[in-house]
Design a protein around this ligand. Sequence first.
Ligand SMILES: Nc1ncnc2c1ncn2[C@@H]1O[C@H](COP(=O)(O)OP(=O)(O)OP(=O)(O)O)[C@@H](O)[C@H]1O
Length: 271
Amino acid sequence: MTQGALSIDGLSVHFGGLQALRGVSAEITPGSVHGLLGPNGSGKTTLLNAVCGFVRSTGRVCLDGVSLTRAPAYVRARSGLLRTFQSPKLVPDLTVEELLRVGEHPRGFRPWWLVTALPLRDSRARKSGQQRALATLDLLGLDGSLLAVPIRDLSQGVLKMVDIARALMADPKVLLLDEPSSGMSEAEIARLRGHILELARRGTTLLLVEHNLPLVRAVCDRVTVLNLGEQLTSGPTADVLTRPEVVEAFLGVGADGSVPNAVQEQPGGGP
Ligand SMILES: Nc1ncnc2c1ncn2[C@@H]1O[C@H](COP(=O)(O)OP(=O)(O)OP(=O)(O)O)[C@@H](O)[C@H]1O
């Protein structure tokens, strides 16, 4: 895997009269895990969409010092900027193998229809694609027998992991994960934690949108907190999560000024 430094500078997004993001900046160093936190509707997914080129934005996005600001989404993906989705809308009729082969295409510049619609005539290409898919599943602790399973038959937790595998097939320099733990069991979240740390150890840079604070504490080197589309604060994880403005805006403060235990420590804790 290759390393990538992601630089986000003054990103703003408007949806008609609504300003969903106001001048958000972050420098994400190669091989680090950067958390993106904030209450519902604070602009986290919009930031990922803007970084990937899925929505129009002002500001700058650079990968390894190269500006992608004017690049369309597919060019950003080819450059090594890949993402997963909060609720993956994957084609239910595809098998996991077919999905993962589609996931490869930003890497090989092959049109998606060539990967999906034509018979896989080249047995060598098929074999190497299959081996790559198997290796990717293995990297995420998923069984190779999943390759033949249709997407529609996957549980939500496995679907989220398969969506990560789909993104990994393109060999990302920077991987943006949008609430990967939502819909996962506690056991699946524990495994996800290990896989995120392993991806970072191998050199992938990760930007992680999450509500699960124990997961954030366990994997993130630094975090940025958004509130109402603005950057509330940013810094080392342990430091930021104890700042009073973060406790108030994100964690919620009880009537007596205490932080509810439920959102402090429980795996599913969110605002
Ligand atoms: N395509 C869109 N058109 C209009 N408004 C949008 C669009 N996408 C997002 N918004 C609005 O932008 C704001 C930020 O939404 P966003 O989904 O980025 O928040 P979020 O922090 O990811 O929330 P959550 O934690 O619930 O996923 C919200 O007010 C949302 O309603």
